[in-house]
Design a protein around this ligand. Structure first.
Ligand code: PLP
Length: 382
């Protein structure tokens, strides 16, 4: 008889390295914290107001597992108008607890144990957890000097066990935006090998300097093999509401629905009301993007002026993935040094996979004063 104990999942799923820094940062009194990827703004007023009113009149129930019908209708319209994705609100859209919930469900319904999921590296470390939860394996794919995967690299990484490829654009941690032509070329390779594509478009609204976001599922019949994941977290400063959504072919959404039915049941109704209000007040996204664009400029200019730091030109999300290899080949030790000697928190590149070694991720989702203090301190220390 098997002895009671923890399952293998607890060892397969490593702690997120980003959380490690976040936890370590709590023991410092005076830290300019550029470690966490969370907008520092309060949820915009029209969204908060709609929620107070709705909760006061009873919007506090379980909802349909896939989300309130009025929210799905609004999402279908947003997907059609802004992403060019034609998804039926009644069968091809599911509202999830953040993009995280959608990614977890998608990986679990697409993968059998032992399957492989291709992930361009450097990558957001939580993908490890999603893949591990399905008892599948994450296989890194190399990227070019702009941190964009190439079709050849995908071709080289495919094996008999490969089931899916995860594409994240705009990307965390690199801020890389995959151009439409490259996305299509990558998808062509995926199609040739019969792979699913999971498109993580959590940062879709945060692009700068003329970069544009492109949803792969908008092109021709590609929708049939793509799960597209979106979020309210970053675009609307709604990280704590835990709401995102996925669009995909009906059989995938149906399987995700069953998984969600047995895990979270449905996304809290107040968060769904907030999401409807967010879609009705989409102008707030532009205001947030402008604020981030200003912060990005500040951080890029200041970092570029510091010896031995190359911030590159990230054109999306709110991260700078700076090359610090002139200073160190041990990004964890370097980040510890920046924390203890300079009073600046950042995330070691190594947390995002082996290809991230020699880099440090700075998040500019912090107020201008914190960013300025951090840059002053880095300049002095380095
Ligand atoms: N995908 C990426 C690339 C992220 O960076 C994050 C959050 O940091 C998420 C998904 C999860 O977002 P959400 O808050 O919607 O779960």
């Amino acid at each position: 008889m098997k002895r009671p104990g923890l399952s293998g999942l607890s060892t397969r799923m490593p702690q997120s390295g980003i959380r490690e820094v976040f936890d370590a940062a709590q023991s410092y009194d005076d830290l300019a914290d550029l470690s966490i990827g969370e907008p520092d703004f309060a949820t915009p007023e029209p969204i908060a107001a709609a929620v107070s009113e709705a909760v006061g009149t009873g919007a506090s129930s379980y909802t349909e597992t896939v989300g309130r019908p009025e929210l799905r209708a609004a999402l279908a319209e947003k997907l059609a108008v802004e992403n060019g994705i034609d998804a039926a609100p009644e069968s091809e859209i599911i509202v999830t607890p953040g993009a995280m919930g959608a990614l977890f469900a998608a990986v679990n319904v697409l993968c059998d144990p032992g399957d492989e999921v291709l992930v361009p590296e450097p990558y957001w470390p939580n993908y490890h957890g999603h893949v591990a939860s399905a008892n599948a394996r994450l296989a890194p794919v190399s990227t070019d000097e702009a941190f964009v995967p190439t079709p050849d690299a995908v071709e080289a990484a495919v094996s008999d066990d490969t089931t899916a490829i995860l594409l994240n654009s705009p990307g965390n941690p690199t801020g890389a935006v995959i151009p439409p032509d490259r996305l299509r070329a990558l998808d062509d390779v995926a199609a040739e090998h019969g792979l699913w594509v999971i498109a993580d478009e959590t940062y879709e609204d945060l692009v700068y300097d003329g970069a544009t976001h492109h949803s792969l599922a908008s092109d021709g019949d590609r929708f049939d093999r793509i799960v597209t994941v979106h979020s309210f977290s970053k675009s609307y400063a709604m990280t704590g509401w835990r709401i995102g959504y996925a669009s995909a072919p009906e059989r995938v959404i149906d399987a995700m629905r069953v998984l969600q039915e047995h895990t979270v049941s449905s996304v809290p109704e107040p968060a769904q009301v907030a999401a409807s209000a967010a879609l009705a007040n989409r102008y707030v996204v532009g205001e947030l993007r402008e604020a981030f664009a200003e912060r990005r400029r500040l951080v890029l200019d200041r970092l570029a002026a510091i010896d031995g730091i190359d911030p590159g030109t990230p054109r999306g999300a709110f991260y700078v993935f700076a090359d610090v290899s002139a200073h160190t080949t041990d990004s964890r030790a370097f980040v510890e040094r920046l924390m203890s000697e300079a009073g600046v928190a950042s995330v070691p590149g190594a947390v995002f996979g082996a290809a991230g070694e020699g880099y440090v991720r700075f998040s500019y989702a912090a107020d201008v004063e914190t960013l300025t203090t951090a840059m002053d301190r880095l300049e002095r220390a380095l």
